[in-house]
Design a protein around this ligand. Structure first.
Ligand code: HEC
Ligand code: HEC
Length: 353
């Protein structure tokens, strides 16, 4: 009995630490099998119903921005990390310059990019540079961030090496504090893990019904989300204010994973796997700004990026008598592809005397 009281008071303390802002450090880096009950409780509170870590998974809970003040980093470092965090959660401050839709980075990367199953961003800081099939060359962290600006924010990335780019990548790297570079362990809750395969083929008509029951209240029947006095309250799921056809979340399995583990907001993991797949199928059958890789021909573009990307999206397929993505609407920006996304060459062939 005595043991039980003590154990549960540890759990209560852990919950308090997790919900409190500031003071006590809650960050840790461990393999699943080495987690203490208090640490496991922190994970449980965060992922609310998603699968818990297996023995050999790497579990990393990053520090929160409130914990930054208690570290002994140089004040100039703290300033730069705070700036990176601010850009991450309020990316709309770059609206019209780098961002051309209603998103913040934190619209998809929940809990400031710290949450397992909510698209934690720190793995990119320990994993890159690495080869990425999406663009067929070795990418570094800045280029990965540039990718989300280009597709998810339907925008134009800040220049490589610029103050904003440095601050953002530093924020990612600081979140990864304590994780070994190029760790080979499988990372717990990385990305938006795919739900179990659906029993029935995902269906947009069933998805529409489930969408209207679970999502319309915040994101609207037209998927446009809600803004109040120019401030985005609920981001757009489709249309000109949303991510474009090249965004990672436009893959049905990624959107199903995001939806299952994070939506409806405040009730994660309450939809069935089938509902998550059907809703993703429905949302991915709506229009959005053109894929920045568009060649001018929808069939050709789908074909060109089929294997590495579009076999997972509805882009270039027919829905309700129309071919999705067959248009030259680039949303609120006035260009298709930002110049910064160039190919890379490590053969040395480009070196000229
Ligand atoms: C519309 C949703 C969305 C928005 C907005 C968004 N991202 Fe992403 N991001 C994704 C998806 C989807 C992935 C890929 C996850 C996967 O592979 O399962 C991703 C991946 C990443 C990764 C790699 C994570 C890893 O595990 O390696 C980083 C870093 C990242 N995003 C940073 C950003 C930054 C910085 C911003 C804001 C400038 C941003 N993202 C905005 C959807 C989004
Ligand atoms: C209670 C309001 C609410 C409900 C209900 C809700 N969402 Fe969200 N959703 C949000 C908010 C707020 C965000 C942005 C997250 C943030 O800023 O913390 C978001 C973000 C998203 C995003 C990523 C950003 C974007 O605009 O693409 C997707 C996708 C999404 N929701 C899908 C859904 C789906 C599917 C449902 C129904 C199963 C749903 N949401 C229900 C409030 C809600």
């Amino acid at each position: 009995m005595k043991h039980r009281i003590k154990f549960s008071s540890v759990l209560v303390a852990a919950a308090l630490v997790f919900s409190a802002t500031g003071a006590q450090a809650t960050s840790f880096t461990k393999q699943g099998k080495d987690l203490t009950p208090a640490e496991l409780e922190i994970v449980k509170q965060m992922v609310q119903g998603a699968a818990l870590p297996t023995e050999n998974e790497l579990v990393h809970i990053p520090p929160s921005i409130d914990e930054l003040e208690n570290t002994d980093l140089h004040p100039k470092m703290k300033e730069a990390i705070r700036r990176g965090h601010d850009l991450f959660v309020n990316t709309q401050q770059l609206r019209g310059k780098n961002v051309f839709n209603n998103m913040n980075c934190s619209s998809c990367h929940l809990a400031d990019g710290r949450m397992p199953y909510g698209g934690p961003v720190w793995p990119a800081a320990i994993d890159l540079p690495a080869y990425r099939p999406k663009n067929g060359h070795v990418n570094n962290l800045e280029e990965r961030i540039a990718g989300c600006f280009t597709y998810s924010m339907n925008g134009k990335p800040p220049a490589y090496g610029s103050d904003d780019m440095l601050a953002l990548s530093l924020y990612h790297q600081w979140l990864a504090t304590g994780v070994p570079m190029f760790s080979k362990d499988k990372i717990y809750g990385r990305g938006f893990p795919k739900p179990a395969d659906p029993e029935l083929k995902p269906d947009a008509a069933r998805g529409k019904v489930a969408y209207e029951a679970n999502c319309t209240v915040c994101h609207g029947a037209d998927g446009a989300g809600q803004t109040e006095n120019g401030k985005v309250i609920f981001p757009a799921l489709w249309g000109d204010d949303s991510y474009n056809w090249g965004a990672g979340i436009s893959r049905v399995f990624t959107l199903a994973g995001f939806t299952k583990h994070n939506m409806p907001l405040g009730q994660p993991n309450t939809l069935s796997d089938q509902e998550a797949w059907d809703i993703a199928q429905y949302i991915d059958s709506q229009e959005r700004p053109q894929d920045p890789r568009y060649t001018g021909n929808i069939k050709e573009t789908r074909e060109k990026y089929l294997e590495t990307f579009h076999k997972h999206t509805m882009y270039g397929t027919e829905y309700n008598g129309k071919v999705l993505g067959d248009h030259d609407n680039v949303g609120h920006k006035d260009f298709l592809k930002p110049d910064i996304l160039r190919d890379r060459d490590f053969t040395g062939a480009a070196v000229k005397p």
